[in-house]
Design a protein around this ligand. Structure first.
Ligand SMILES: CC(C)(COP(=O)(O)OP(=O)(O)OC[C@H]1O[C@@H](n2cnc3c(N)ncnc32)[C@H](O)[C@@H]1OP(=O)(O)O)[C@@H](O)C(=O)NCCC(=O)NCCS
Length: 205
C-alpha cells in the first residue's frame, strides 16, 4: 500500500473500544473530561518534556474536540486513563499513524504526577500496546523522549522499547529544541514477548 493511500474506515473511527485491566481502564475522552484533564496535566512536571501541549481548561476543551474529529478521520487516537473505581481520567495515551495504514505509528503519554511510580503507567501502556499491535496492526511503534527526560526514557526501556539513536534538536519542549532518543518497538518483539510470557505461565497484560 502506498504510504499516502487513504485508510479504510474501522470501528474505532466511530467509537474507541474500552481497554481494561485490573487497575485501569483506557476509554475515549468525553467533553466532560476537560476539567479533570486540566487538573491532571497542568503541572510543569508534566509539560516540561512535552511538545507544547494544552494546559488551560479552554485549551483542553479544544483538544478533546479536535481529538474526536481526528479519530473519526482515522488519523489520531487518544485514550483517557481512568483508574478502576474512578470515573475521570488522570492522564492520556495517544497513538497516531506515521503512514496512513498505522503500520508505522508513534505514541505518547502523560499522567498526573500523583500517579507516577504507582504501576498505573505500565499497566496502561501494556493495554495500549496490545491494542496497537493486535487491533491496529502496527508493525513498528516509535516514541521520542527528550534525552534528559530520565523518567520517560526509563518508562519506555522497561516496556522493551529499543533506543535507536538520538534525534538532534528534534522538537520544541519548554521553550527549546531538545535532542530526543528515538525508541521503537516492533510487532515481532511484542509477539515474542507474549509467547515467552505464556510459555512461562506468567500473566500477560
Ligand atoms: C512518562 C510517564 C507517563 C511515566 O509514568 P511513571 O508512573 O512516572 O512511570 P514509572 O514509574 O512506571 O516508570 C518510570 C521509571 O523511571 C525511573 N526513574 C524515575 N526517575 C528517574 C531518574 N531521575 N533517573 C532514572 N530513572 C528514573 C523510575 O524508577 C521508574 O523505573 P522503575 O520502575 O524501573 O523503578 C510520567 O512520568 C509522565 O507523565 N511524565 C511527563 C510526560 C512525559 O514525559 N511523557 C513521556 C514523553 S516520551
Amino acid at each position: 500500500m502506498s504510504r499516502f493511500a487513504a485508510p479504510s474506515p474501522n470501528a474505532w473511527w466511530h467509537r474507541l473500544p474500552e481497554l481494561a485491566s485490573v487497575r485501569v481502564r483506557l476509554r475515549e475522552l468525553d467533553p466532560a473530561d476537560a476539567v479533570a484533564l486540566t487538573t491532571a496535566l497542568r503541572s510543569s512536571q508534566v509539560s516540561e518534556y512535552l511538545s507544547p501541549s494544552p494546559t488551560s481548561l479552554a485549551e483542553i476543551e479544544t483538544f478533546i474536540a479536535w481529538a474526536r474529529r481526528a479519530q473519526t478521520e482515522g488519523r489520531y487516537i487518544c485514550f483517557g486513563v481512568v483508574p478502576q473505581g474512578e470515573a475521570e481520567p488522570v492522564g492520556v495515551f495517544q497513538i497516531w499513524p506515521l503512514e496512513s495504514s498505522f503500520r508505522t505509528a508513534e505514541w505518547g503519554f502523560a499522567l498526573d504526577p500523583a500517579y507516577w511510580g504507582t504501576g498505573l503507567f505500565e499497566e496502561s501502556a501494556r493495554l495500549l500496546l496490545r491494542f496497537g499491535f493486535e487491533t491496529l496492526g502496527v508493525q513498528r511503534l516509535e516514541a521520542r523522549a527528550a534525552v534528559d527526560n530520565a523518567r520517560g526514557n526509563r518508562a519506555l526501556q522497561k516496556l522493551g522499547a529499543v533506543p535507536e539513536g538520538v534525534l538532534r534538536k528534534c522538537f520544541l519542549s519548554a521553550g527549546e529544541y531538545r535532542d530526543h532518543v528515538m525508541w521503537a518497538m516492533l510487532a515481532d518483539d511484542w509477539r515474542r514477548e507474549q509467547a515467552d510470557g505464556e510459555s512461562l505461565g506468567g500473566e500477560v497484560a
